[in-house]
Design a protein. Structure first.
Length: 64
């Protein structure tokens, strides 16, 4: 099982972690509910910002 993660590209792993985080936010925090608070929206914005930064560095790492 751990060999699969070592062979996986870093960008793919980053996208999987982001998708799992968004699913968690949707189910637990209710990001896409009709009455979404500013705190929940901020969490989604911060999570997406972290994803973009991680994707940039993962892509840079995969090219080397």
């Amino acid at each position: 099982m751990t060999k699969i993660f070592f062979r996986m590209r870093k960008t793919t792993l980053t996208i999987i972690i982001y998708a799992l985080g968004m699913i968690f936010c949707a189910l637990v925090l209710g990001i896409w509910d009709a009455e979404t608070s500013i705190i929940n929206a901020s969490i989604a914005l911060i999570w997406t910002t972290i994803f973009l930064i991680a994707l940039f560095y993962a892509g840079k790492y995969d090219q080397e």
